[in-house]
Design a protein around this ligand. Structure first.
Ligand code: PMP
Length: 405
């Protein structure tokens, strides 16, 4: 297969590292991706040259740090095709973004007896915040089932879009099955019933082009660290019409207009949702990561990663006793599997000793494991810097492991 991105491996120094004296083969990209030099250098330069608290200072460094942070926001807005940078709220990551919506949207728009919908393939961070909201406001959380191949059950979805539903929270791409949900169509259907939709984009943004206006998403969340950026910074995109009506999520500096003991008023968007000092170095480094993937071209990344995923799927299936979970035709670069009857943890531990970093376990999707009646899987997840030779090493390693049992 063609490998258009082989040259970029030099941008990621960690890929030259050895583990236990073996070449590192990093196939745990759905957990977090490695960072290109431009991102690490942006963090270093930020602290060396422009470190000062933002928004509050009139001095030179503070103004430069503020400019960098706000231009990062504009960069994210452009990347997601949001109509206004004020609709981009910086958070710590996807988890915090979803908690923000569950808390604030829930406070403003949900009442006893209302329903929140999610799906069977959600990550815990798109389940538990809704469970907490449901407990707090006496709502019901209903779950859209999936089919055996890992596709969402669209018939069930249609039947569940009723007038009691206030919000549908669904992942764009499953971190276990790789399924790419038809979110544009899902949002259109939900909107026919005046249901707001939150998309968990944690596994989509690094792999497919996202256009929030075209999707007509009400909320879209993602994490910097899964898309070649730093940990500790993420994004909530929210339509102004919702964000304007939602109460603040946290109180503190910067989110206020006026504070008096007689009462306080809130800052304009997006600052109303950004209490305290944000990760202004992280935002700048995230913008570098965005520029990096834009330069490679998101469509070319998606094509290559799909080819690599098919290459790996074919090779795994040739082993004979591999069971793959998630066989949708609309699939991103994640493969969850089991090898014979060998416990995934044993496979993962032995792979580690051979230099291969794969994830094993429930992948923060225990309800999905329940759905398939399993405890866990081994997961290979790919990024743009992975190459077919790494898949070949994985297959050889799995063959070796098989002989040990
Ligand atoms: N949603 C999905 C689909 C994920 O894969 C993850 C991370 N594994 C999250 C949400 C949570 O992301 P974070 O831990 O960066 O907040």
């Amino acid at each position: 297969m063609e490998v258009p991105f082989r040259h970029i491996r030099n941008d990621f120094p960690i890929l030259q590292e050895k583990v236990y004296g073996k070449e590192l083969i990093y196939l745990d990209n759905a957990a977090t991706t490695q960072k290109p030099k431009v991102v690490v250098e942006a963090i270093e330069q930020g602290y060396y040259k422009t470190n000062a608290n933002i928004h509050r200072g009139v001095h030179y460094l503070s103004m430069r740090a503020t400019e960098a942070h706000e231009s990062a926001r504009a960069c994210v807005a452009r990347f997601l095709n949001a109509s206004d940078p004020a609709e981009i709220v910086f958070t710590r990551g996807t988890t915090e973004a979803i908690n923000l919506v569950a808390s604030s949207f829930g406070e403003a728009f949900c009442n006893e007896g209302d329903v929140i919908l999610c799906s069977e393939m959600e990550h815990h961070s798109n389940i538990v915040p809704w469970q907490l909201l449901c407990q707090r406001k006496k709502l019901q959380l209903k779950v859209i089932p999936i089919l055996d191949n890992g596709d969402l059950d669209r018939q069930a979805l249609r039947a569940m879009l009723t007038s009691e539903v206030r919000l549908l929270a669904i992942t764009h791409v499953s971190n276990v099955l790789g399924t790419i949900n038809p979110v544009k169509e899902i949002i259109r259907l939900a909107h026919e019933h005046n249901i707001a939709v939150l998309i968990d984009g944690a596994q989509a943004v690094p792999h497919v082009k996202v256009d929030v206006l075209d999707l007509d998403a009400d909320f879209y969340a993602f994490s910097g660290h899964k898309m070649y950026g730093p940990a500790g910074i993420g994004v909530l995109y929210g339509k102004r019409k919702w964000l304007d009506q939602m109460p603040p999520y946290q109180g503190g500096g910067e989110m206020i207009a006026q504070v008096h003991f007689s009462g306080s008023t809130w800052n304009e968007l997006p600052y109303k949702f950004e209490a305290g000092t944000p990760d202004f170095i992280g935002s700048t480094a995230l913008a570098k990561a965005i520029e990096y993937v834009e330069h490679l071209d998101m469509d070319a990344i998606a094509r290559y990663e799909t080819d690599l995923m098919h290459y790996a799927t074919d090779a795994l299936l040739q082993l004979g006793d591999v069971r793959i979970f998630g066989t949708s035709v609309h699939k991103s670069a994640v493969i969850s599997f089991q090898l014979g009857n060998i416990h995934p943890f044993d496979v993962g531990t032995l792979l580690d000793r051979m230099g291969l970093a794969l994830r094993t376990g429930h992948h923060c999707a225990q309800p999905l494991m329940d759905r398939f009646g399993i405890e866990g899987t081994i997961r290979a997840s790919f990024a743009v810097y992975n190459v077919p030779e790494e898949v070949d090493v994985l297959i050889t390693a799995l063959k070796r492991i098989r002989t040990m049992f």
